[in-house]
Design a protein around this ligand. Structure first.
Ligand SMILES: *[C@@H]1O[C@H](CO)[C@@H](O)[C@H](O)[C@H]1NC(C)=O
Ligand SMILES: *[C@@H]1O[C@H](CO)[C@@H](O)[C@H](O)[C@H]1NC(C)=O
Ligand SMILES: *[C@@H]1O[C@H](CO)[C@@H](O)[C@H](O)[C@H]1NC(C)=O
Ligand SMILES: *[C@@H]1O[C@H](CO)[C@@H](O)[C@H](O)[C@H]1NC(C)=O
Ligand SMILES: *[C@@H]1O[C@H](CO)[C@@H](O)[C@H](O)[C@H]1NC(C)=O
Ligand SMILES: *[C@@H]1O[C@H](CO)[C@@H](O)[C@H](O)[C@H]1NC(C)=O
Ligand SMILES: *[C@@H]1O[C@H](CO)[C@@H](O)[C@H](O)[C@H]1NC(C)=O
Ligand SMILES: *[C@@H]1O[C@H](CO)[C@@H](O)[C@H](O)[C@H]1NC(C)=O
Ligand SMILES: *[C@@H]1O[C@H](CO)[C@@H](O)[C@H](O)[C@H]1NC(C)=O
Ligand SMILES: *[C@@H]1O[C@H](CO)[C@@H](O)[C@H](O)[C@H]1NC(C)=O
Ligand SMILES: *[C@@H]1O[C@H](CO)[C@@H](O)[C@H](O)[C@H]1NC(C)=O
Ligand SMILES: *[C@@H]1O[C@H](CO)[C@@H](O)[C@H](O)[C@H]1NC(C)=O
Length: 836
């Protein structure tokens, strides 16, 4: 057995990995056999009940150590500590069985003590969940090759460390980019919940303690007897990992599902309905964590329908849950549609307007769940001022691991540096230190509850999120929920070692790519606080700056031909800055003290306004979009430098996505720059915008069976025009003679990949085939698709190192399929080192 594992260690690096084990691979470490003699020889797990997290900890330690060192330790559930053992259990149970707890500090709920000093290892939790967390911590050390002696206790920053899945009962996932739901299909709970258990294992390893399994836009049929039984099965799959079940509720269920004439939260029949439903669920899931409620938001029912307050709505559930120890997470994402012609209208004001006066009116088991920024998970937002306005209410921060507005897991965007701008922000309530992370922990305002929730979109894909690299966000979310003071880069490096390798080159390379990824994405999507300039009316994926304005959603930019930005000052604008405590208000009220990266969030300025950096707003837009896209290009060679150091399966998956991102970042860059150039008429000082000497526009090629197509919005096509086939079932041909000096080039083709058809294209150089590709990104990428030629479907394929002679004939033959007319935008012939 040991021999077999040893040879596995030698070849482990090249074995294909599909991502299912994520950061819990327990891959053999270099020279593992040298350590096995110094490892303890057995495991004592102080609970023999199989559903106990302590029991799980025992088997996890056994499997982990076998994987890492090739040594199989026996497990006993007997009393006490034998010599040279790893003992795992609760502090209380350890003491009861005669263990000495001297020197172990008092622990908070879910906290643990880990000691590897002396011959024995002690992993002791305040509760069973804490003991399991300690086992995962110890295994994480070992898997990273860290065998040092340690002895310390650790406790969570806050009790609420939840994830929210937005899974629908039909199996689809709102903002899901990693395949369909692991929990639901066809209106009910899936039979095989293996993946639910695997998910709980991953979450427990980063100390997440509850999962809300269904969409906040909830469906009341979740409450059927059959579905409640199914929820019981999910809770059973979670329980061995100490993860508790939560569910989202539809406020109108008493009417939609219960057949009552009302869902008024003060109506006795409604109260009886919810009490009964809650009692029913607790009979099946006695340890349910609680409810998540989205009320009076984006078309959802809520208490305001009956002129009741949001707190009366929240307390309705709180009272039903209270006898069972459950809690209500009540979302603060409440806003009305607005009219942009009103200069003072501002959606950012909504949360404070709706909730400030309710402070102190929520029951003690209600937590108000607040998105990190006042709008909606944008690439940069100021900290939500609601955190500074609820001093007598428990609060949690809502983060988004799902990259809804941030590249949908097709762009690498490592999010913790963004989250930290909020968690570490000092709101200066009453002119005293008031870090958001100390507000949500309950410490700043002495609240009993609080914490964090992250929207997560894991699906049936073996990569969980559709992308291997996106998993660093899920890992880091849990780590930061436990301790938000941690450094995002050091969390990232733990994740890299666990997920990929202990090799320094692998660690340094993925660190560089990840740490540069959010700044790059901000630079080529929307900078200076203007928000992610994506299509807010359709997919939330590709660029569409015009979609922000002239609608009621209030994600406005107020861009015209001279000016841009939202005036959120008190003096002349929407008054939003006045929702902050005085020191913060003064900083944002004044243009001189507003940081450049939030300038357009707070101020409406000329495009020629000078930034603190000295640059004008418009030139900064141009420069940032070029430099951001340039950075995204470098991720491809950086990743390629790891060939052979990462298994082929994951290497190829990531390479495909990084290549896609490199191409799509150029789509972003050009769309945004052309849009604002067209609007402002101010040219790029460096003369790049609208000037592409290495491109051959498809519409300028010799066409047969193809015709020019004016793309809308115009900025989604180079020179505003693409070509599409003239027929739905006959190939089109586009030809051109290349006039570039003879040499070696990278040859890129920009095309559109729509859902609803899989065209194929073949490219020739002088009758020699360079390659062939299919319009099947809808199957391979997972982002929200588009049925149009636009910024979501626009993409690039690149043929590397092509020998081209001056005068060569380039030909592309496109075969349409379904609704996809083999669209082409341009060909780009890139000398080495040129990005365009
Ligand atoms: C053992 O685990 C079960 C299931 O989690 C739990 O109910 C029981 O209290 C545990 N026993 C001890 C002694 O901790
Ligand atoms: C463990 O020891 C305690 C106290 O010595 C005793 O009460 C208990 O029954 C023992 N349990 C087992 C499983 O041996
Ligand atoms: C979906 O559920 C309905 C009943 O709710 C059932 O009639 C149908 O056969 C199911 N379909 C599948 C594919 O399981
Ligand atoms: C709620 O779920 C039921 C059963 O799956 C489905 O028929 C219904 O369309 C869903 N309602 C909404 C609003 O999605
Ligand atoms: C309580 O809920 C159960 C299951 O949904 C239902 O059968 C029962 O009629 C309800 N009782 C009341 C009083 O609403
Ligand atoms: C709510 O109050 C408004 C006036 O404030 C009134 O017009 C409306 O009828 C009330 N609605 C209900 C359901 O009581
Ligand atoms: C995972 O998703 C990717 C991209 O969406 C897809 O190419 C792959 O086939 C999926 N794999 C599985 C096992 O679902
Ligand atoms: C003040 O607000 C008005 C709209 O009410 C706007 O037109 C004007 O540009 C603003 N002035 C400044 C200095 O921002
Ligand atoms: C903005 O430009 C207009 C005209 O181009 C000018 O009158 C105004 O003073 C400028 N405003 C600022 C704040 O520079
Ligand atoms: C841009 O498109 C126009 C037609 O809209 C065409 O006349 C012109 O040649 C194109 N420019 C290039 C560089 O292809
Ligand atoms: C091709 O199909 C689309 C939609 O299927 C249709 O709208 C279009 O008219 C068709 N074009 C031709 C040339 O047949
Ligand atoms: C390419 O093929 C066509 C016929 O299909 C022929 O007329 C032409 O000469 C060929 N060109 C080259 C450079 O071989």
């Amino acid at each position: 057995m040991v021999r077999y594992l040893f040879s596995f260690a030698l070849f482990g690096l090249v074995a294909a990995e599909n991502g299912l084990n994520a950061w819990l691979r327990y891959a053999p470490i270099p020279n593992a056999q040298n350590y096995s003699a110094s490892l303890p020889s057995s495991i004592v797990s102080l609970n023999s009940t199989e559903t106990s997290p302590v029991y799980t900890a025992g088997t996890e330690l056994q499997n982990g150590i076998q994987g890492i060192f090739g040594k199989r330790l026996s497990i006993s559930h007997a009393n006490g500590t034998t010599s040279s053992s790893i003992v795992v259990g609760t502090v209380d149970e350890y003491a009861k069985t005669g263990g000495s707890v001297q020197g172990i500090p008092e622990l908070d709920e879910d906290g643990f003590w880990l000691s590897s000093k002396g011959g024995n290892v002690q992993i002791l939790g305040e509760n069973e969940r804490g003991a399991l967390y300690g086992a995962f911590e110890y295994l994480s050390m070992l898997a990273q090759g860290n065998l040092s002696s340690v002895a310390y206790a650790t406790n969570p920053n806050a009790p609420v460390r939840w994830v929210n899945q937005w899974d629908n009962l039909d199996g689809s996932i709102e903002r899901g980019y990693g395949g369909p739901s692991i929990f639901f299909e066809n209106g009910t709970i899936v039979n095989d919940l293996t993946r639910a258990g695997d998910y709980a294992r991953l979450l427990a390893s980063v100390r997440v303690n509850a999962v809300v399994v269904n969409n906040v836009n909830a469906n009341s049929t979740l409450l059927s007897t059959r579905n409640i039984q199914g929820l019981g099965r999910i809770a059973d799959a979670f329980r061995p990992y100490g993860v508790r079940l939560g569910i989202s509720l539809d406020f109108a269920s008493p009417m939609d599902f219960g057949g009552l004439p009302t869902y008024d939260p003060l109506d006795p029949s409604v109260i009886a309905f919810w009490t009964n439903v809650t009692n029913q669920i607790y009979e099946t899931v006695p340890d349910m964590a609680g409810y998540l409620v989205k009320a009076n938001s984006e078309g959802q029912a809520g208490p305001l329908t009956y002129n009741r307050t949001l707190s009366q709505g929240g307390n309705l559930f709180a009272k039903a849950l209270q006898p069972h120890g459950g809690i209500v997470m009540f979302r603060a994402f409440v806003y009305n549609m607005l009219n942009e012609s009103d200069w003072k209208a501002d959606r950012a004001n909504a949360a404070v307007q709706f909730f400030k006066d309710l402070d102190g009116q929520f029951d003690d088991n209600v937590v108000v769940q607040i998105k990190y920024g006042p709008i909606d998970f944008q690439v940069r937002e100021p900290t939500s001022p609601l955190f500074a306005n609820l001093l007598n209410t428990s609060t949690a921060i809502e983060l988004e691991v799902a990259q809804e507005y941030l590249g949908q897991q097709c762009h690498l965007v490592y999010l913790p540096p963004l989250w930290k701008t909020v968690l570490d922000f000092d709101l200066r309530v009453n002119n005293q230190s008031s870090l958001v992370r100390n507000i949500i922990s309950g410490k700043r305002f002495n609240r009993p509850l609080g914490g964090s929730a992250a929207v997560v979109n894991v699906g049936t894909n073996t990569t969980w999120l559709g992308s291997h690299l996106a998993m660093s966000n899920l890992y880091a979310y849990g780590r930061l929920a436990w301790d938000p003071a941690q450094d995002p880069q050091s969390i990232l490096q733990d994740w890299i070692r666990l997920t990929f390798s202990l090799d320094n080159e692998v660690i340094d390379t993925i660190t560089q790519m990840s740490m540069e990824s959010w700044p790059a994405y901000e630079s080529y999507s929307g900078n200076l606080g203007i928000q992610t300039l994506t299509d807010i009316l359709y997919t939330h994926f590709g660029p569409n700056p015009a979609s922000q304005d002239n609608n009621g959603y209030g994600q406005w930019t107020r861009a015209d031909h001279l000016t841009i930005g939202m005036d959120r000052t008190v003096s002349n604008g929407t008054g939003f800055s006045g929702q902050y405590p005085p020191e913060i208000y003064e900083m944002y009220e004044n243009i001189e003290t507003t940081p450049d990266n939030l300038l357009l969030w707070f101020h409406h300025v000329n495009y020629t306004q000078r930034l603190q950096s000295g640059q004008t707003v418009i030139q900064h837009f141009y420069d940032a979009h070029y430099s951001g896209a340039d950075t995204a290009q470098t991720f491809v060679p950086l990743w390629e430098s790891l060939e052979g150091k990462v298994d082929t399966e994951r290497y190829n998956d990531v390479l495909f996505r990084q290549t896609y991102q490199a191409g799509h970042s150029i789509v972003w860059r050009d769309a945004i720059n052309n849009y604002y150039y067209n609007l402002s008429g101010i040219p790029d000082e460096a003369n790049r915008v609208g000037n592409h000497p290495y491109r051959v526009e498809a519409e300028s090629m010799t066409l047969s069976g193809y015709e020019p197509y004016p793309v809308n919005p115009f900025e989604m096509a180079s020179n505003f025009t693409a070509i599409i086939t003239t027929s739905n079932n006959t190939a089109g041909t586009a030809m051109t003679t290349l006039q570039y000096p003879s040499g070696t080039y990278d040859l890129g083709v920009n095309y559109y990949d729509l859902i609803g058809g899989k065209s194929n294209w073949e490219i020739y150089l002088n009758n020699r085939t360079l390659g062939r590709w299919y319009g099947n990104n809808e199957d391979t990428l997972g982002h929200a698709p588009s049925t149009y030629l636009d910024g979501h479907s626009a993409t690039r394929i690149t043929f590397r190192d092509v020998q081209i002679q001056k005068g060569d004939m380039l030909k592309i033959v496109g075969m349409p399929n379904g609704i996809e007319p083999a669209p082409l935008d341009y060909v780009v012939v890139l000398p080495k080192g040129i990005v365009d």
